[in-house]
Write a protein that binds this ligand. Structure first.
Ligand SMILES: [Zn+2]
Length: 346
């Protein structure tokens, strides 16, 4: 993990006690000061105009996207359901409004809820499933790896799946089909693509947020290598409606394309800046301030310089194209940097 920076320099250097004392007293916790918060650009008007109107008395809104599919959102999280002649299939039950899903469905159809599908383990997307506890004969469908995790976690807010599969599964109900396929772009236990071919509906949670840059660190991915592939994997599907599980609107192919363009711009920029940087010079410069014993500190100076130069170059290119770029770009750069430095080839 650590390079051998500064071993020679260190021998020649003496740490200043005063310098050490000064550095150790600095507050190093991440923080969002009021000044920093005010510095963020406003959400792009084109994105703001697509916020859903949420009835505050129920806390969510429902949109019919055709083919029997309805999307539910509270402008923070999204889930969806498919109405068939044999019952209803629900895709995710977010912690925020999951308790309202059964009544939301009852307003649309008399069909009973038969199946609940989990996209992945995260509690913000399935932590409202306890509301489905009393539904007789309910099938809860999830990946085996997801189920293993949930069994170990034993969280009363996330009901245990009772139908599991390894990588692919087709659900047929009331003459309609849902195709589930495992991917690994986000969470360690796997993430599903949920596809309803008759509706040209594709749901893949936590990779693309229409109108916005991805959430922190490319949606807190545990696998940036697979995240880089997700856009082409999504584009291989024939879909008109895309649901990414978050924020304010339903998306489409163009949202997948622009998020791919953003992601590869970040990745390629970080790679170029990192690989062309004279790291020994950065370390030597940092050693003038902190001496040479603190190899973590010297190494951090290199990573910080790559991060700062990448953010400076990328932000002007993207600030008017996606919302939230200034909020999360340093985290995206950091995720790409970890990949470039430790996983990638030269
Ligand atoms: Zn997630």
């Amino acid at each position: 993990m650590m390079p051998g920076y500064g071993r020679n320099l260190r021998r020649k250097a003496i740490i200043s006690i005063l310098m050490f004392a000064a550095v150790s007293c600095l507050p190093l916790l991440a923080q969002s000061s009021p000044e920093e918060m005010k510095g963020y650009v406003e959400v792009l008007p084109s994105v703001k105009s697509k916020f859903w109107k949420i009835d505050p008395t129920v806390g969510y809104a429902v949109k019919n996207v055709g083919g029997g599919v309805y999307v539910i959102s509270d402008n923070g999280w999204q889930s969806a359901f498919l109405v068939t002649n044999g019952g209803v299939i629900v895709f995710d039950a977010p912690a925020s409004f999951g308790k309202n899903i059964p009544s939301a469905i009852a307003k649309v159809t008399d069909q009973p809820i038969k199946i609940l599908v989990y996209s992945h383990i995260h509690k913000d997307h399935i932590g409202g499933s306890a509301a489905f506890k009393g539904i007789k004969g309910l099938q809860i469908v999830a990946l085996e790896s997801v189920t293993d995790f949930l069994k170990e976690m034993n969280d009363p807010n996330r009901l245990l799946p009772n139908v599991t599969f390894k990588s692919e599964k087709t659900i047929t109900l009331g003459g309609k089909t849902v195709e589930l396929a495992r991917h690994f772009y986000h969470s360690h236990e796997g993430d599903l693509f949920i596809y309803v071919p008759q509706a040209k509906f594709l749901m893949a949670v936590d990779c693309v947020t229409p109108g916005y840059a991805p959430f922190q660190g490319f949606d807190i991915t545990t696998n940036f290598h697979d995240y880089l592939k997700v856009f082409d994997e999504l584009a291989a599907y024939d879909f008109d409606t895309f649901v990414g599980g978050h924020l304010t609107d339903i998306g489409g192919k163009k949202d997948v394309e622009i998020t791919k363009e953003f992601t590869y711009d970040v990745y390629n920029t970080v790679k170029r800046i990192h690989n062309n940087m004279d790291q020994a010079a950065v370390v030597a410069e940092a050693a003038k301030s902190i001496g040479t014993d603190n190899e973590f500190g010297l190494f951090k100076a290199v990573l910080d310089k790559v991060t700062n130069e990448s953010v400076r170059e990328l932000q002007p290119r993207w600030i008017d194209r996606l919302a939230g770029v200034d909020v999360w770009l340093p985290s995206h750069v950091r995720t790409a940097l970890v990949y470039v430095r430790w996983d990638d080839k030269e």
